[in-house]
Design a protein. Structure first.
Ligand code: SF4
Length: 766
């Protein structure tokens, strides 16, 4: 329903865009088994028919000339075609030999059923928690920030906040390029004459800065000082929202000896004492932002007549104080009472289309289980074992390795303690995106017993390292479900066949599980002896999900999703039945059934006027509060300097990031000619004065060198972004210029998310 009218030849259907966490919906036109047209979906309230340049070209990602179409096994250094049965058997036999030494590295681009299947195979079937996603590199600090503040993950607000607010603050965030359709809500309002103030806080000028009323240029880690400075002023001037804080908040600080995610309760007096030193002048010294601008920000937050929405993404997450800065920005909103009214929201954005749906909600992180459960918690393990009908004790109580550690263990010789020897990478490209790539992958000896399996759609920096390459189906070549940044679960159907032998990642996982069953792995049976991925037809006969020719007959996505739904009520993240998502352009959880049988989504969580789980008569209710009293936590964290600072030897800050035209590592978008032509190569942005001082000219190739590695790049002076003196910026989409040879593996202590936004480099003319 609501599709564009089918023509004689072209048939249309809906799907979410394959790229960013905005989660725009597109209409996909298919003719003769091929995607021939893409249109914005006017029926979708995420994007109201708009798309950005990546979205308009999303169909082209299916048709690059070098699609992987056949499983390939590396034998004596050469890739040789093998059958799917051989490939699956090789994997299953390696797992059988040492199940505990097998690791699964996944993605915020996994569909929900794909992530759920991988999660069930590993934690339920193998009793192995060595599964972690690439989202560890992009939003793990947002998760820990939400948990530390509200006791439960994911934003309270939604995209409508951008339609209702008076002020938007971007904290180290460039939505004009990274979430362009979302950002267009603000520019659209302005073009209609509405006043929306935009304050951009960042370490370099971007396209978002171009639209800003105020630009607060900060030093790296300045965001921590700025948020402390705003809270200091609100408290010192006694113009915070006392009624809201007294009724709905506690104060919290880190323990002195061994800090934990939930910290310890502190009194308001203690909070005042700790924050007293963050005067505007002290904050100016730490952040570089003038004291007058800190006062301006604090005055805005003190004004309860206006509505303020904060947005952030990688700038606050890829941060060695990631959990702290996330918690502090929530704290600014809570302290000032700019929370829970339409337009008043601290909102983290995700980079990937299903970082929320597949990683955070399904729980594909090394410490998590579906439904917000934790592997370390005996009661949680028991709940999951019951829902999966597994024997008690099937789930391992020890969290697996976080991403960087997992790869360190995989790329360390077994003789030196490297205890992961087989790794399966799905839907991501760690050979390009992990930090400090040199240390992980280059000049390694003694790794002959290690085995890397990679499923992907095109050759990548990671498939070049692989022992076994599996050709994957992508986007509308398979059924799928994503969950976007505003808690919206979206569904689509397969529309075209994948090329050659390419297969769904979900199918690969279930086929491996079935092969393990054939080889006698007891974990592949539930406690009644049934295959853990068994699907039965109406007559009770088991359908052969693992046989590709029958895969779609089984409607396996719906089956897995309905099973997964059982977990979603555990933390008030209730999802609707699968068929509701078929009808809708996504629904924001919690979704609850109404007396008339319809299903109602929730836009404003914890707010009594909209959230069905808020106690009757309450204005707000933080019903997963870590302090068990229905209150959110306002945190104090002491400012800490960045992990590595420029010095005489390495005098520049390096910041890395993305560009509008390319999706992450460029695997898909670099195969789309209009996108590739628009942004053909990575570059280094330099400040014109720095370039002049070093006698470097526009377009000249320079070497960026850190203590860990080098990358060669052409210089772009005064280009799209404009770094201040002493800072360079390099996008990471270009596999021919691996900037992650230079970046740091230093990470946040709680989220384990690495800091890609600041390290020390030098710039050398060739
Ligand atoms: Fe796709 Fe994001 Fe662009 Fe929307 S904003 S069209 S989801 S890339």
């Amino acid at each position: 329903e609501d599709h564009l009218p089918d023509g004689d030849d072209v048939r249309w259907n809906k799907a979410p865009c394959r790229f960013c966490g905005t989660g725009c919906h597109v209409q996909v036109g298919v003719e003769s088994g091929r995607v021939v047209a893409i249109a914005g979906d006017k029926a979708a309230d995420v994007n109201k028919g708009l798309l950005c340049v990546k979205g308009y070209h999303v169909g082209g990602i299916l048709y690059g000339e070098d699609r992987l179409t056949q499983p390939l096994l590396r034998k004596e250094g050469r890739l040789t075609e093998v059958s799917w049965d051989e490939a699956i058997t090789i994997i299953a036999e390696r797992i059988m030999k040492a199940p505990e030494r097998f690791a699964f590295y996944g993605s915020g681009q996994w569909t929900i059923p794909e992530g759920y299947a991988a999660q069930k195979l590993m934690k339920g079937g193998l009793g192995n928690n060595q599964i972690d996603p690439n989202a560890r590199l992009c939003m793990a600090s947002a998760v820990t920030g939400f948990l530390a503040t509200y006791g439960v993950d994911e934003p309270a607000g939604c995209y409508q906040d951008l339609d209702e607010c008076d002020v938007v603050i971007t904290w180290g965030n460039n939505p004009a390029e990274m979430h362009p359709v979302l950002f267009s809500r603000v520019t659209d309002r302005r073009s209609r004459g509405e006043k929306v103030m935009l304050i951009d806080i960042g370490t370099r000028r971007t396209r978002t800065t171009d639209a800003a009323d105020e630009y607060l240029e900060m030093k790296p880690h300045g965001d921590v000082a700025i948020s402390l400075g705003v809270m200091h002023l609100l408290v010192a001037n006694e113009n915070y929202d006392k009624a809201f804080v007294e009724k709905h908040c506690n104060f919290r600080g880190a323990e002195a000896d061994a800090p934990t995610l939930h910290g310890e309760a502190i009194s308001e007096a203690d909070f005042r004492k700790r924050i007293a030193k963050y005067t505007p002048e002290h904050v100016e010294a730490l952040s570089g932002v003038p004291a007058a601008k800190i006062r301006m920000l604090a005055d805005l937050f003190a004004d309860r007549e206006i509505r303020i929405t904060s947005l952030w993404c990688m700038g606050m997450n890829q941060h060695t104080m990631g959990t702290a800065i996330n918690s502090l920005v929530h704290g600014v909103h809570l302290l000032s009472g700019h929370f829970g009214r339409p337009g008043d929201a601290p909102t983290s954005l995700t980079g990937q289309p299903s970082a929320c749906g597949t990683v955070r909600e399904v729980g594909t992180l090394a410490h998590a289980l579906p439904g917000g459960r934790l592997v370390e918690n005996a009661e949680h393990r028991q709940q999951c074992e019951e829902l999966w009908n597994l024997r008690p004790g099937s789930i391992n109580a020890t969290p697996g390795y976080h991403t960087v550690k997992m790869f360190e263990q995989f790329t360390k010789p077994t003789a030196e303690g490297g205890d992961i020897d087989t790794m399966f990478v799905q839907v991501t490209n760690p050979g390009q995106t992990l930090p400090n790539l040199n240390a992980l992958f280059n000049d390694k000896q003694g790794l002959e017993d290690k085995f890397l399996i990679v499923s992907d759609v095109y050759p990548t920096a990671t498939t070049r390292l692989a022992d076994l390459i599996l050709p994957a189906a992508m986007w509308v070549e398979k059924n799928g479900m994503f969950g976007n940044s505003e808690r919206r679960t979206q569904q689509w159907f397969k529309m075209v066949d994948p090329p050659g032998q390419a297969r769904d990642d979900c199918w690969m996982t279930i086929a491996i599980a079935h092969k393990l069953l054939e080889l006698g792995h007891e974990g592949m049976k539930d406690k009644d002896g049934e295959f853990i991925f068994a699907v039965r037809d109406d007559a009770g006969d088991e359908l052969p999900v693992w046989e590709y020719e029958h895969y779609y007959d089984t409607n396996v996505d719906k089956h897995l999703f309905e099973e997964y739904r059982g977990f979603t009520t555990m933390k008030h993240k209730n999802l609707a039945p699968y068929d509701e998502y078929v009808k809708a352009r996504g629904l924001r959880w919690p979704v609850v059934e109404q007396p008339d049988g319809s299903w109602r989504e929730t836009r404003y969580r914890f707010s009594g006027f909209d959230d069905p789980f808020v106690a009757e008569g309450e204005e707000f209710d933080f019903y997963h509060s870590s302090s068990k009293d229905g209150r959110a936590q306002i945190w104090f964290h002491e400012y800490q300097p960045p992990p590595e600072m420029p010095d005489g030897e390495y005098p520049f800050w390096l910041c890395t990031g993305r560009v509008l035209e390319h999706w992450h590592s460029g695997t898909m978008t670099r195969r789309v000619a209009p996108l590739s032509r628009a942004m053909p190569t990575a570059y280094v942005e330099m400040n014109p004065e720095d370039a002049r001082a070093a006698n470097i000219r526009q377009g000249e190739t320079v070497v960026i060198e850190s203590r860990r590695g080098t990358a060669e790049l052409p210089v772009w002076i005064d280009g799209r972004g404009r770094p201040p003196r002493g800072t360079v910026f390099v996008p990471f989409f270009d596999e021919t210029k691996l900037i992650n040879n230079c970046t740091l593996e230093a990470h946040d202590p709680f989220s384990k998310q690495p800091d890609y936004k600041k390290c020390a480099v030098r710039v050398m003319k060739q």
